[in-house]
Design a binder for this molecule. Structure first.
Ligand SMILES: C[S@@+](CC[C@H](N)C(=O)[O-])C[C@H]1O[C@@H](n2cnc3c(N)ncnc32)[C@H](O)[C@@H]1O
Length: 401
């Protein structure tokens, strides 16, 4: 009889954790308390990875994934557990990481906020190989053909049939689709040798063939709360159709409570957060290193008739030492979190408040540990912005001691 293991808990990538002798192992598609036999796929000095060969006992919480491509595609990691369990898992993950890397009292961690379980994304990127549309399988160059994706909006899913025809009649390598948050407007980019696209033209508002826009309009409009934003094909924009508004409302709640005069909006993307809170502030400065984002940010400020917001196109670390007299700093960095120069300068600036919007709780915990020497972490609110994946977003309020 082969050795049986009992899964102890889920790791931060939603894999089951087991121990073989003293060594930790991470097993795909294995849930807590399941009794399994395994095959090791990757043995390292300190850990191993594996797959389940046989389930001797299955978790009562295991459910049938909605998506037929789950586990092959690699885009999702938690379709086999109920949504409530996923939300608890993500809240617990934040708690564990804050406990591991900081001395912050865990009572500051609030309940997780969540929205739609499926069909929540306003953007998709698809690949094409041998006239088949799909995603690349996890860690491989093999294309997994798909004709739907239950993470993306219904509007995007409704375009698959026509896209299959367009793909048949052209040499397309990549497709990007973006929709407005009310799903009324569609933007499409086809990359490759594309000549026969008439059939899709009446289904989209904006069409890009490679880098050329062939429709009259090259952007679509979308709303978050009472603010309007332009969407470009290549600029940054939060993907969760409904929950983004709740996340921005969390930031707005803080800003409207403390009424800062000046806000520095670091890693501002297309200026969305600064613009969202602009009614409560005298002056906002947004910084982002992408010229595409900053061009859209400036257009967005104009679109909303704002004259109290300006933008700088540069790396945060290149300009951070030039700021002083700021009441509140918003940081929304990429997964890598804040670099040391930026953190040192946040201390130097000494703004009364910092709002840290994070998409990676590991780097968030590391950065909060550094900042908590000067700032009290008032609360950390997790948001399930990316259901069915292992990712979790957080909004944190820090107040100068
Ligand atoms: C998570 S997004 C946040 C965007 C925005 N706050 C929002 O809610 O839409 C991170 C942004 O940081 C920008 N970025 C990444 N590294 C940067 C750096 N070193 N300096 C300035 N901007 C950077 C990216 O272009 C991206 O727009």
């Amino acid at each position: 009889m082969e050795k049986e293991y009992t899964v102890e808990k889920l790791d931060h990538y939603c894999r089951g954790i087991i121990h073989r002798d003293e060594k930790i192992g991470f097993i795909d598609n294995a849930l807590p308390n399941e009794k399994i036999q395994i095959e090791i796929t990757n043995e390292k000095k300190k850990y191993f990875e594996g797959i389940v060969k046989k389930y001797n006992e299955v978790s009562p919480f295991r459910i049938k994934p909605l998506c037929p491509y789950f586990f092959k595609c690699g885009g999702c990691s938690s379709q086999h557990i109920p949504f409530e369990m996923e939300n608890n898992y993500k809240e617990e993950k934040v708690r564990e990481l804050i406990a591991k890397f900081t001395d912050i009292d865990l009572v500051v961690i609030k309940n997780i906020e969540y929205g739609e379980e499926f069909y929540y994304r306003n953007k998709i990127k698809l690949h094409i190989k041998n006239k088949k549309i799909g995603y690349y399988e996890e860690e491989s160059n093999e294309l997994l053909e798909i004709n739907k994706c239950c993470l993306v909006s219904f509007k995007i899913n409704s375009l698959f049939e026509e896209l299959e025809n367009v793909v048949k009649n052209n040499e397309i390598e990549e497709i990007i689709i973006r929709v407005s948050n009310d799903e009324k407007r569609v933007m499409l980019k086809l990359v490759g040798n594309v000549f026969n696209y008439e059939s899709i033209l009446d289904k989209v508002d904006v069409l890009y063939i490679n880098d050329s826009c062939i429709t009259n309009k090259d952007q679509i409009l979308t709303n978050i709360g009472n603010k309007k934003y332009y969407l470009s094909i290549d600029s940054f924009f939060q993907v969760n159709i409904k929950l983004t508004e709740k996340l921005y409302d969390e930031v707005l709640k803080i800003v409207s409570k403390y009424c800062p005069e000046t806000i520095l909006d670091l890693y501002c993307g297309t200026g969305t957060i600064g613009i969202y809170v602009s009614d409560y502030v005298k002056k906002i400065i947004g910084v982002d290193y992408s010229i595409t984002n900053i061009n859209d940010a400036m257009k967005n400020a104009k679109l909303n008739n704002l004259y109290n917001i300006e933008f700088i196109c540069d790396k945060v670390e290149n300009v951070i030492d030039s700021f002083k007299d700021i009441d509140l700093v918003i940081v929304d960095p990429p997964r890598a979190g804040l670099d040391i120069k930026t953190k040192e300068n946040l201390k130097r600036i000494g703004s009364k408040y910092i709002i840290y919007v994070s998409c990676d709780p590991v780097t968030l915990a590391r950065d909060l540990d550094y900042l908590s020497a000067n700032y009290e972490v008032k609360y950390i609110k997790p948001f399930n912005m990316f259901p069915k994946t292992y990712h979790v977003e957080c909004v944190c309020l820090l107040i100068f001691r």
